[in-house]
Design a binder for this molecule. Structure first.
Ligand SMILES: C[S@@+](CC[C@H](N)C(=O)[O-])C[C@H]1O[C@@H](n2cnc3c(N)ncnc32)[C@H](O)[C@@H]1O
Length: 210
């Protein structure tokens, strides 16, 4: 990994290698983006998991929640997916910058960037996604009800959700994964790395809930 600081713009660029692709990810350090202006460990663990498992997203309609820099969603596009990257509206300029820097023009039609505030905007989105991605999005208990509401709306009974969370570092994450999510979703840990777990999650059918 190498790092370049473009101080006048407060942009910081780092390189990451996954699945034979070099990703140049820029964070907008001077733009008051808070937690969005970092590439977080759970995102890197999820990218490495896609590499190790030789993921191919070709033909898959994918939605990413809380994209931040876009690193996970961008890799999913480079691995063939038709991907909608979402976050709070003020984060989209950072994602779009990274999309422009990393996704060749010939694949750009498979990449979309849209605002999705959990618990508020989900009804603007369709419900036919094959895959939902979320890395390090389980960290703020006040956001959990909106996140569950969003997942319930955007998932159909075949949608597979991959959530990558650091249970050691994030207060409330363990409670979310062990108590809150299982009320309406089936969830299994499919990979661990240090304190990080990747969960494969599906929505329970009404039959499962009895
Ligand atoms: C810790 S960052 C993780 C970013 C990226 N997924 C990664 O792994 O590097 C959490 C992201 O979730 C987004 N987020 C948090 N609460 C949200 C909400 N209520 N609605 C939409 N996005 C939210 C933040 O804006 C931020 O970009």
């Amino acid at each position: 990994m190498s790092s370049t600081v473009k101080s006048s713009l407060s942009l910081e660029e780092k390189k990451y290698e996954f699945s034979g692709h070099t990703l140049n990810i820029t964070t907008f350090k001077g733009a008051s983006l808070g937690v969005s202006a970092y590439v977080w460990g759970p995102g890197l663990v999820l990218c490495r998991y896609f590499e190790d498992e030789k993921f191919n997203f070709t033909g898959k309609k994918v939605l990413e929640l809380g994209s931040g820099t876009g690193i996970v969603g961008i890799l999913a596009v480079l691995l063939g997916g038709d991907v909608t990257m979402t976050d709070r509206a003020y984060v989209l300029k950072q994602i779009e910058y990274n999309v422009s820097a990393n996704i060749p023009a010939t694949s750009r039609h498979r990449s979309k960037t849209r605002a999705l505030l959990w618990g508020t905007d989900q009804n603007n989105f369709p419900t036919d996604f094959d895959i939902i991605l979320g890395s390090d999005i389980v960290y703020s208990p006040s956001q959990f009800p909106g996140l569950i509401q969003t997942l319930l709306h955007i998932c159909n009974d075949k949608t597979i959700i991959y959530l990558s969370s650091n249970l050691d570092a994030r207060v409330g994450s363990e409670n979310f994964h062990q108590e809150i999510l299982p009320k309406q979703f089936n969830s299994e840990v499919i990979h661990t790395s240090g304190g990080n777990c990747i969960y494969k999650v599906t929505k329970k059918s009404p039959r499962d809930e009895h």
